[in-house]
Design a protein. Structure first.
Length: 255
């Protein structure tokens, strides 16, 4: 396991090499990942064949950050996002040509999931430089423009268990109160599971499940159930159930 410092704040390094080749945005967390794994950013990825794709899925709390001694044990209560979940969002594949727009689409897909604090797609190459001698020039890959192209996808998880609430209070009367306990990344599979309770003219309890891209890149499953009864008398009002399949945007070709 590599150590990440408390300065892991999204700050850009130089986006261009000496030959004016634009590089992707790289934050400090990604730089530490590159250094620890022996990679540097490839300076000329365009038009090159992707030889390999590596996924680095980081937990919520990282070693070396402020109060990490207290926060790191909380990682045991959160399952880090699975590799296959991240792979499903990728618009790049082994054997395909590197494409900056497809890399940006992959980052957009990952951020849309709402379970990461950061997501980066970076063209890289192997480097033999020892970690203690790595400089920003080496990380930008200026030492070798002909090296085989590989890709890393670096994500860092967001704490996914939430208590959410909302209320309406008017004239000394509580008109509405909504409470929910929501897990947005169940078992690291990006499954949303929520228990919902609402107090209004009707009392409502229910649940919601959203299974993102479970049936391929084009389809997501949404299912919900609820039961309602009158707030004052407790008279049963009925139940409802909904099941739907949606087609979320996966790539710009769908637009």
């Amino acid at each position: 396991m590599f150590c990440l410092s408390s300065s892991a704040i999204a700050t850009p390094i130089n986006r261009q090499t000496s030959n004016n080749t634009k590089l992707p945005y790289v934050d400090e967390v990604s730089i530490k990942a590159l250094s620890a794994k022996g990679w540097s950013v490839h300076p000329q990825p365009e038009g090159r064949v992707v030889q390999a794709i590596h996924i680095i899925s980081l937990p919520v709390f990282l070693k070396g950050e402020r109060l990490s001694t207290l926060t790191q044990p909380l990682n045991y209560l959160h399952m880090t996002t699975k590799r296959e979940v991240i792979e499903r969002e990728s618009r790049l594949s082994i054997g395909s040509l590197w494409s900056a727009p497809r890399a940006l689409e992959t980052e957009r897909n990952l951020r849309t999931l709402g379970v990461f604090t950061s997501a980066r797609v970076i063209p890289v190459m192997k480097t033999q430089i020892s970690e203690r001698k790595i400089t920003k020039d080496h990380l930008r890959g200026e030492s070798d423009t002909q090296a085989p192209l590989e890709v890393i996808i670096v994500t860092r998880d967001l704490w996914s268990l939430r208590v959410e609430s909302g209320f309406s209070y008017n004239g000394g009367v509580l008109n509405q109160l909504n409470l929910s306990l929501t897990e947005r990344n169940l078992l690291g599979q990006r499954i949303l599971l929520s228990a919902v309770s609402a107090v209004s003219p009707y009392n409502i309890i229910g649940g919601l499940v959203v299974n993102h891209r479970r049936f391929g890149p084009d389809l997501s499953l949404n299912a919900s159930v609820s039961s309602a009864w009158t707030r004052g008398s407790g008279e049963r009002e009925g139940e409802s159930a909904q099941l739907s399949l949606s087609r979320p945007l996966f790539n710009l070709d769908q637009a």
